[in-house]
Design a protein around this ligand. Structure first.
Ligand SMILES: Nc1ncnc2c1ncn2[C@@H]1O[C@H](COP(=O)(O)OP(=O)(O)OP(=O)(O)O)[C@@H](O)[C@H]1O
Ligand SMILES: [Mg+2]
Length: 334
């Protein structure tokens, strides 16, 4: 647990610790904990929390014109020094009790469901698709958000509607698909395929839908090398698949019931390398430079004016501005 001089700890997830940060704000601290099969390893992966935080900030900024997000600050006086680089100050939201999963390729639980029924979350897919195949178009495959220790359950869209109501359910689906398309397009420019990902959303103080949690990190998304993509077999990814593979190998000695065993040093090193490489490939930045003056973060030219580029020097010690543009018409509640 992260001891902090200020702030009351409200909750701890598998990876993050949440603290009250005054008013309607939270301090979300990403630890170096790593989980598999809904359990947490006793071993940490150094720098993992910083990668998740830095990468989420990159994506919050990159995707800010699609949907408002919860980010308030990632540096400056609001962020306590002991957790600088792995903590975000965010708007505290009323979180939706669902996970918004988008799949562009068939893998993981989506592939298992397809093999069993020809469908994923009630969506019939063409016959004959192999593992890791590209889907004809990205699909929205929501799940429940399970309580700690439980497994999320895939649900069909009608069930999703029964949880959120039709207007909000459709807004979440359209926003998720657009976020995925934008993320996949950026990843493709870096030679990566965005196989699938999970988003979480909440409702903000003004009642609107807000993108929350972490975004398109190796913990919440599967990235594959575009070059080596070979449908028919599982693909190497930048997430913790390596750790899961080690765990289910009989050599790990894990019996599927006991607490997870410590990770061997070589698995920790290989996993850390993967997280760092994912960050580097997606952002074009080095983690050694994180965090730094947000005005220095490289942004696509088209966004320099919006997010603060080299020509828009801001005081790094004041709270960051994350713009909250008006939503595109397609994403307005119907
Ligand atoms: N802006 C926000 N306001 C309130 N809660 C939030 C906000 N952003 C994220 N959360 C919640 O904070 C928690 C983050 O913790 P963490 O990521 O460790 O959860 P987790 O155990 O990994 O669960 P999951 O597997 O569903 O991600 C999640 O429960 C998430 O829903
Ligand atoms: Mg999480």
């Amino acid at each position: 647990m992260t001891p902090l001089p200020t702030g009351r700890r409200l909750a701890s997830g598998k990876v993050r610790d949440l603290y009250a940060a005054g008013g309607d704000r939270l301090l979300v601290v990403a630890s170096d904990r790593i989980s598999a099969f809904e359990r947490v390893f006793p071993t940490h992966v150094p720098d993992k929390g910083r990668v998740l935080t830095a990468m989420s900030v990159f994506w919050f900024r990159e995707l800010a014109d699609v949907l408002p997000n919860h980010l308030v600050a990632w540096d400056g006086p609001l962020v306590p020094a002991p957790v600088r680089g792995r903590a975000l100050v965010v708007e505290r939201l009323d979180m939706l009790p669902v996970e918004a999963v988008v799949r562009g390729y068939l893998t993981g639980r989506g592939y298992s469901d397809y093999r069993r029924s020809g469908e994923v979350c009630g969506l019939a897919l063409p016959p004959g698709l192999t593992e890791s195949a590209r889907l004809p178009e990205p699909i929205f495959t929501p799940s429940t958000k399970a309580k700690p220790g439980d497994k999320d359950e895939n649900i069909d869209f009608d069930t999703f509607v029964s949880v959120l109501g039709r207007a909000l359910a459709e807004e979440v689906r359209e926003a998720s698909l657009e976020l995925y398309r934008r993320g996949a397009a950026h990843a493709a420019e870096q030679g990566l395929l965005l196989a699938d990902t999970k988003f979480e959303f909440g409702i903000g103080a003004t009642g609107g839908l807000v993108l929350a949690d972490e975004v398109l990190t190796p913990d919440s998304a599967r990235y594959w090398l575009a070059d080596g993509h070979q449908p028919g077999v599982p693909q190497a990814s930048f997430d913790k698949q390596h750790v899961r593979d080690w765990l289910v190998d009989p050599a790990s000695g894990w019996d599927c019931v006991s607490p997870l065993p410590p990770l061997p040093p070589e698995v920790v090193t290989a996993t850390r390398d993967r997280y760092l490489e994912a960050y580097h490939r997606i952002t074009g930045l080095s983690l050694a430079d994180w965090p730094r003056d947000p005005a220095d973060l490289r942004q696509p030219a088209s966004r320099l004016g919006q997010c603060g580029g080299a020509g828009d020097r801001r005081d790094p010690h004041r709270e960051q501005d994350v713009h909250r543009p008006r939503r595109p018409a397609a994403l307005q509640p119907r």
